[in-house]
Design a binder for this molecule. Structure first.
Ligand code: RAM
Length: 333
């Protein structure tokens, strides 16, 4: 029996289809769990994750984040990811402890867990990728403040959620820097939480302006909070009287820098952070990397990161933005 040309073509294309389908099935699913959806910081981190997936090949990024920045929401999302048989989970934690049981369950099933940005307690992950040293971030928050208002006056912190690992560590470091002679004249009068929601952050900022008529600066170590606080100060017509600073995205802060409510602010590159976190997760999945103390892990175009005794790797120093450079970077994140 001879095969007609058409049957042969069909057979060949069916085989090609099967191979393509197998290829698609073989893609390693790496899940990215943000603190919450809709936060520009994690949208940029996701962009970096996608870039890493493309460079690595055979990797599919599954973005799965709760609507609000809560540990409960992340636990629900992570349970679904475990059921989907993802190969790795890369998570920015809304709480250092609450996610540990569900992440231990994931690791018991062979899923590689990496926290990034906001850490999970050591026993709930293999590696944590920090954007920068906590001490450097705390010092930077204080130097940004003195840059805007000088070395005396009342200041308040508008943070993200009360349980966020990263913001809480940064506030601890900020308090240490405030105790240094150069900043002793700054008085921290309040710490409030906007939960990384724009409307709540805005209301909390308004509350600070009302409660503390002598307030000179609001310091927000969160991209959501810093933009909301800047808008509140502007809407209350307090530009020049109250300054806003903290950790922000150039794309969200450029207008506030030009209006004068923000003199300078800082951040690291969230695209690179997402990119490197995926490289680390992929290294653990493929067996190219180990999560042992001192291990060097290749992170593509960024180079390598080295794990300390706690399985933590630290990236670069926070970068400062002001009227001179904010527009240039606003195009990227
Ligand atoms: C917010 C989030 C994130 C933090 C940045 C600076 O987007 O809370 O965790 O790293 O701000």
């Amino acid at each position: 029996m001879t095969l007609s040309r058409r049957t042969l073509t069909l057979a060949v294309s069916a085989a090609a289809f099967c191979l393509a389908a197998q290829g698609a099935l073989a893609a390693d699913k790496i899940a990215l769990v943000a603190k919450s959806s809709g936060n520009g910081f994690f949208i940029a981190a996701h962009q970096g994750a996608q870039e890493a997936a493309k460079a690595l090949g055979g990797v599919e990024i599954v973005l799965a984040s709760p609507a609000k920045a809560t540990a409960e929401g992340q636990i629900e999302v992570i349970n679904t990811l475990i059921a989907q048989n993802v190969k790795a989970i890369v998570v920015s934690a809304n709480d250092p402890d609450a996610l540990v049981p569900v992440l231990k369950k994931a690791m018991a099933r062979g899923i590689k867990v990496v926290s990034f940005d906001s850490a999970v307690r050591k026993d709930g992950r293999l590696v944590h990728l920090a954007p920068s040293s906590n001490a450097l971030i705390g010092q930077k928050l204080v130097s940004l403040t003195t840059d805007a208002i000088g070395s005396s006056g009342e200041i308040a912190v508008l943070s993200a959620t009360a349980q966020a690992t990263n913001q809480n560590l940064w506030i601890v470091e900020m308090k240490k820097a405030l105790a240094e002679p150069a900043a002793k004249g700054l008085k921290l009068v309040s710490v409030v939480y906007g939960d990384d929601q724009t409307d709540k952050s805005y209301r909390e900022a308004q509350g600070l302006l009302k409660s503390y008529p002598n307030l000179k600066a609001i310091v927000a170590p969160t991209t959501v909070g810093v933009a909301a606080a800047a808008k509140a100060v502007q809407d209350e017509k307090k530009v020049g009287q109250v300054f806003v600073t903290g950790l922000g995205l150039p794309s969200e802060m450029a207008g506030h820098v030009h209006s004068g409510v923000v003199k300078s602010f800082a951040i690291w590159n969230p695209i690179d952070l997402g990119y490197c976190a995926v490289y680390i997760a992929h290294g653990l999945v493929s067996g190219k990397a180990t999560a042992s103390a001192g291990a060097k892990i290749g992170v593509g175009r960024v180079g390598t990161v080295t794990l300390d005794a706690d399985g933590e790797a630290v990236m670069a120093e926070p970068f400062t933005y002001d009227a001179g450079n904010v527009d240039k970077f606003a195009k990227f994140f």
